[in-house]
Ligand binder design. Structure first.
Ligand SMILES: CC(C)(COP(=O)(O)OP(=O)(O)OC[C@H]1O[C@@H](n2cnc3c(N)ncnc32)[C@H](O)[C@@H]1OP(=O)(O)O)[C@@H](O)C(=O)NCCC(=O)NCCS
Length: 234
């Protein structure tokens, strides 16, 4: 992690503005270009954010990054305006749902669907290093859907990272019930669980509300092509 205080980037007068800029290893390797991410940014005004993002872009160019990403809450209007003014473009919008969990007296069971925690072997192959647990729903003797469960030490919260039902099993409450089985697992380890999806994924948003999650926040991801954004600076 590199914390870049604004003053060290040569911009003065906004002492409490700061930004945390890191290399995005997974994306950089997947796409074969250097991609950085602004993990946190703070300024007291849109003008302060503009100076901050300009300094990040200059630094990104000096360190040979081609793209810079920033995800922020849509209600942070001053930051959103500053991102657009410095050459960032909106890529997508994601919604995060949250719900509290409490230990249950008994695990749910259903006659037509068996939900089980994946065996070590399956888990190693499919979810290695991505999840703490992995639930699979078996219907008609076949895997029909799955849910991956992540625990975040820094927030103490759990997260459902991936949910999927095979197309031929959709609409039969497979995802609903696998999540219902995963919730007691979370309840033994945390008090709040979150799940994030793209704002356009109506099926997933409906599913999460159906199992008791409520909308926590809406964020947009912005992307700047470093060279193009700097050329456009006034
Ligand atoms: C989203 C997904 C997991 C739902 O799986 P599913 O097993 O069919 O869901 P369920 O049958 O349990 O449906 C639960 C609720 O979700 C909502 N829902 C599911 N499919 C929907 C659709 N196509 N359109 C609108 N709402 C939908 C409904 O509210 C439904 O409740 P209802 O049947 O009482 O109306 C499945 O469509 C899928 O795998 N999609 C691709 C992967 C994905 O988008 N994953 C989530 C983001 S990571």
């Amino acid at each position: 992690m590199r914390v870049v205080p604004l003053q060290s980037s040569g911009v003065r007068g906004h002492d409490n503005a700061n930004v945390d800029f890191v290399r995005e290893s997974f994306d950089s390797e997947a796409f074969g270009i250097e991609i950085g991410r602004i993990r946190a940014a703070y300024a007291t005004s849109a003008a302060g954010y503009r100076l901050l993002f300009k300094s990040v872009l200059q630094r990104a160019r000096a360190e040979h990054f081609q793209q810079v990403l920033r995800r922020t809450r849509l209600e942070n209007l001053e930051e959103v305006w500053a991102l657009e003014a410095t050459g960032f473009e909106m890529m997508d919008v994601v919604v995060t749902f949250a719900r509290s969990v409490a230990p249950a007296a008994a695990l749910p069971v259903w006659p037509d669907l068996r939900v089980e925690e994946a065996t070590d072997e399956t888990f190693e192959v499919i979810a290695h290093e991505r999840a703490a647990a992995f639930f699979v729903g078996i219907m008609e003797d076949r895997p029909a859907g799955y849910v991956t469960c992540v625990l975040h030490d820094h927030t103490g919260e759990g997260e459902i990272e991936l949910v999927g039902t095979l197309p031929e099993f959709r609409g039969r409450r497979v995802a609903t019930r696998i999540i219902e089985r995963a919730l007691p697992w979370f309840a033994e380890r945390c008090r709040v669980v979150t799940v994030r999806t793209q704002a356009t994924n109506i099926a997933a948003a409906n599913l999460y509300e159906r199992v008791g999650f409520t909308l926590r926040c809406t964020e947009a991801t912005f992307r700047a092509n470093v060279a193009t954004a700097l050329r456009a600076q006034p």
